[in-house]
Design a protein around this ligand. Structure first.
Ligand SMILES: [Zn+2]
Length: 278
């Protein structure tokens, strides 16, 4: 009930965008009249879909203080959405689903594809494998935690229809987080991660390869899964729950979207089609 108004289903998604089209058509006319000399980002028409990872009913990881990953994801995605809209990306949308995880995930990807967005960013918060969790007594009973790792990470799939675009955006986001003093986690490179070990594609910015991640491989647009940090780490959970970190991440995301949008505008349609086939 508390979250019911936030659920975005496919129909309102399309209706909202259709209503934006007429507003943006006028803006586009004005932009055409004042043709810029070099290609730049047309913020009003660039469509960003922020996929809120998991659902209220199937909420993903649980933090040290027993807050769900879904709550973290929704808060951060809303912050990023606000920043993007304030920056002129009026077609930014949150994609929120309800119910059991798998059908909700499939529904989110179907909706994203139908909406023909320019960029999909799936927002998540991280945990560690069960075997790495430690136990402590906390307020309200025993707690599970791990303070072994901290930091954000990004994932792209080589099975995505635009793997070059996906990697390009992931690096842009990682770079902007780095410029703001944030560090990515390297734990996915460690042996201890077993089957969850991933290839680090870019050691500068923390981009990992995860081909089989459904949201990335099934999305027919550049797609990146962003893990904002480890909510199973007591110190990092506190920081991630705070306004300061969320503001920094949202600012970095808006900068990265702007850079990516400009890069796409500068590339010819042929270049983009070629990179999408790679
Ligand atoms: Zn998740």
């Amino acid at each position: 009930m508390r979250l019911a108004w936030r659920y975005v289903t496919f129909l309102p998604l399309v209706v909202t965008w259709l209503s934006l089209v007429s507003v943006n058509a006028a803006a586009a006319q004005t932009a055409k009249a004042a043709k810029p000399s070099a290609p730049s980002c047309d913020r009003a028409s660039f469509r960003v879909l922020l996929d809120v990872g998991h659902t209220a009913e199937d909420p993903g990881a649980i933090s040290v203080r027993s807050v769900t990953e879904y709550d973290f994801n929704l808060n951060l995605a809303k912050r990023i959405e606000r920043n993007l809209i304030d920056a002129g990306f009026a077609k930014t949308m949150l994609l929120v689903t309800s119910g059991p995880a798998l059908p909700a995930l499939i529904r989110r990807v179907v909706n994203a594809n139908a909406a023909k967005v320019d960029l999909l960013v799936s927002v998540h918060h991280d945990s560690v494998p069960e075997s790495l969790l430690q136990h402590m007594d906390g307020e309200g009973g025993p707690k599970r935690f791990s303070d072994r790792f901290q930091g954000h990470s990004m994932f792209v799939s080589h099975e995505n229809s635009d793997r070059v675009g996906s990697l390009q955006f992931a690096k842009m986001l990682g770079q902007r987080l780095k410029e703001r003093g944030l560090q990515f986690t390297r734990h996915y490179t460690e042996k201890i991660m077993g089957g969850r070990r991933r290839q680090l594609l870019d050691a500068e910015t923390g981009v990992y390869r995860f081909d089989k991640l459904y949201v990335l491989r099934a999305a027919r647009m550049p797609a990146v899964l962003f893990e904002a940090g480890l909510i199973i780490n007591p110190a990092e959970e506190k920081i991630l729950a705070g306004e300061e970190r969320q503001t920094v991440i949202a600012a970095a995301a808006a900068d990265a979207v702007e850079a990516f949008c400009s890069a796409r505008m500068a590339a010819t349609p042929k270049t983009i089609a070629r990179s999408a086939r790679r």
